[in-house]
Design a protein around this ligand. Structure first.
Ligand code: 13P
Ligand code: SF4
Length: 331
């Protein structure tokens, strides 16, 4: 991870640690700061509902990258995780990109260390490298084309059929894309801690209990879970499906933050989070949930912590992102 700009002003935990008057209306205070500083808040669907409600734009990884690339604001507060904020900085480098909590990383991104990945890539020099956006700038810099869960199939299909493809870091998304495209992808062995722990047994019981419910899942889930799904898609895809499908009950296998937008968009429908194989009823991403409304307020007030990209990586990490955006924009 890159360093803070002014490390002395941010506690070693990764956020501005200053007492906030409990009587302060954080929604109002954040709105005023946004106007004063010409700032925009971009939030992923996995954020707490309060953060989603104060955000200027809520989206999946692709939507957030597209929004970050075109914003005219001077400051982007990225309420998501580190690789997303890094992507925003790469796509719009003149903007100040802030994170409410700099520790908000990603287990999937961490499952792909740059040095090991370099060895893997060098062992397969003839392969086109496609990396899921959930990776560090150091991995992006070793990649030919980035993809998200929204456009992974399109990105893989953009590569000529005679070219072998190495896909990193998510083996579950990679296996699903391989099945959908009929391409033989060489997979890096990485996975997301949130999507790997859904309980097949509990989902099967839940389906039996709600026979009319549709089961929908994110492609980061493991294959046995995906096999049960009536629909598989990115967070935006899942949300759209619940809006457009006439079914009234959905069992949702992804991080539980998305349920907030599903309930807001379809208030008469019922959304049941798919249970994990532990004692919790739903699946929260511990990284995403490090961000709080208070930390959003403090990061905007102090303009810290700020995301920086290693200048030596910048051009190489940007190129595969731009290729993705070009491919995504094609009809
Ligand atoms: P999408 O928002 O692209 O569906 O990705 C889900 C995810 O795991 C983000 O960390
Ligand atoms: Fe990473 Fe998974 Fe959390 Fe997304 S949900 S940020 S992939 S750990």
């Amino acid at each position: 991870m890159s360093n803070f700009n002014t490390v002395s002003e941010v506690n070693t935990q990764g956020f501005v640690n200053e007492p906030v008057d409990p009587r302060l209306d954080l929604f109002e205070a954040i709105k005023l700061l946004k106007i004063e500083k010409n700032a925009v808040i971009l939030a992923h669907y996995y954020q707490d509902s309060d953060i989603q409600d104060i955000a200027d734009y809520i989206g999946d990884s692709l939507g957030l990258a597209q929004e970050a690339a075109k914003t005219q604001a001077d400051i982007i507060v990225f309420a998501g995780v580190h690789f997303m904020a890094e992507t925003a900085k790469l796509l719009n480098p003149t903007k100040k990109v802030l994170m409410p909590d700099f520790r908000a990383g990603c287990s999937l991104s961490d499952s792909c260390p740059p040095d090991e990945f370099r060895k893997f890539r060098e062992a397969h020099p003839d392969h086109v490298v496609i990396s899921y956006i959930n990776c560090s700038a150091a991995i992006k810099a070793q990649t030919d084309i980035i993809c998200t869960s929204s456009n992974a199939i399109k990105v893989v299909e953009s590569v000529p059929k005679d070219k072998p493809i190495l896909f990193a870091p998510d083996k579950n998304l990679g296996a699903w894309v391989a099945k959908k495209t009929g391409r033989d992808l060489l997979l890096w062995d990485g996975a997301c801690m949130v999507h790997e722990i859904f309980s097949l047994e509990k989902i099967t019981k839940l389906k039996a209990l709600h026979p009319h419910a549709l089961f929908i899942a994110h492609p980061e889930c493991e294959e046995p879970v995906l096999k049960l799904a009536d629909y598989i898609g990115s967070t935006t895809g899942l949300l759209k499906f619940t809006k457009e499908n006439p079914a009234t009950t959905f069992i949702v296998a992804t991080e539980s933050g998305i349920l907030h937008q599903m309930e807001k968009s379809s208030p008469s429908k019922t959304f049941i989070p798919a249970p994990p194989n532990n004692n919790c009823a739903c699946n929260d991403c511990p990284h995403m949930k490090l961000n709080t409304l208070e930390k959003v307020y403090l990061c905007l007030k102090h303009e810290l912590p700020e995301v920086q990209i290693d200048p030596l990586l910048f051009e190489d990490a940007l190129r595969p992102l731009q290729r993705m955006l070009e491919i995504s924009a094609k009809p």
